[in-house]
Design a protein around this ligand. Sequence first.
Ligand code: F0G
Length: 357
Amino acid sequence: MSKHAVKKTGIIERFREYLPVTDKTPIVSLNEGNTPLIPAEALPAELGLKNVRIYYKFEGLNPTGSFKDRGMTMAISKAVEAGSKAVMCASTGNTSASAAAYATRCGLKCYVLIPEGKIAKGKLLQAFRYGAKTLMIRGNFDQALELVKEVTGDGKITLVNSINPYRIEGQKTAAFEIVDDLGDAPEYHAIPVGNAGNITAYWKGYKEYKKAGKSGTLPQMLGFQAAGSAPIVLGHPVAKPETIATAIRIGNPASWQGAVAARDESGGLIDMVTDEEITKAYRFLAEREGVFAEPASAAPVAGVIRLAQRNYFKEGSRIVITLTGAGLKDPDFALSFNDPVYTIEADLDAVKEAVGS
Ligand code: F0G
């Protein structure tokens, strides 16, 4: 390595021994992972939790602005290793952004199928800019995923949704990082649930790290769906899922069983929160904590608020909340609060008057 070479720090390099790669696997990476675990300050104070510590695992700081990059570095690297020339996914937006970026980095073609009108603008523009062929269906995510499964069934195009097991392998590394940072697993881990791949991946990661002797305990997994899109909570698929948190607007999650296993094996729960609660938590995060995450990421924050009000959390415990995506992904939602705009003359008196000095 030349003395000017920058060290590769992606999740495959960092956690190679826990991942299904060999020396022959060509690593396609954008130095994803290594995201900060940010201590919550305003939230425990607001909830009156004196002896409970809360941390945000801020996955919005990944290269394409969401946790999907952890899974995508694995899925795309393995697709290249297998000789694939093209990849495809259905997406509510973040998977498509990530697939498009990693595919273009190694010259693979990328096709994405997204629900027309129900994807946040920042995610749509990422698919365009990273050069994916972007197909909008007049239907929802669940329909898109069914179509992608059929189109990729003959194996000519590699499916990179989280039913691709390499996605889960990559995403489990977020749990490793949390244990490395805290020195052990937290008592509780709260996370949004959409297609349910990520809760499945975290639980796998926590279990593997404990087995490897890196932690002494396992967390309770606390999953949160949006009330209008809560198939796992209701116990049946939802034909027409709705929520302002478009990332988790999913009615029939592919990893349903994985989520239920994570919940039951960990002694945790999967609950739902309303759009109103999600919106309040979303604003609290940005306006009080200074952490700007997208609406779906606020669902587990809303969930933790709900549980704290029921005195759910044990004294002395730690809660980690995964904030799955960046706030800038969804500018339309961010601008939907009628914030006052002060347009003033470019003149000192006008500015002084406006700031009251
Ligand atoms: N949060 C964000 C920001 C997401 O984009 C997603 C899923 C989730 C949470 C839920 O994770 O599906 O593993 O349970 N987004 C997928 C997509 C469906 O297409 O980008 P999950």
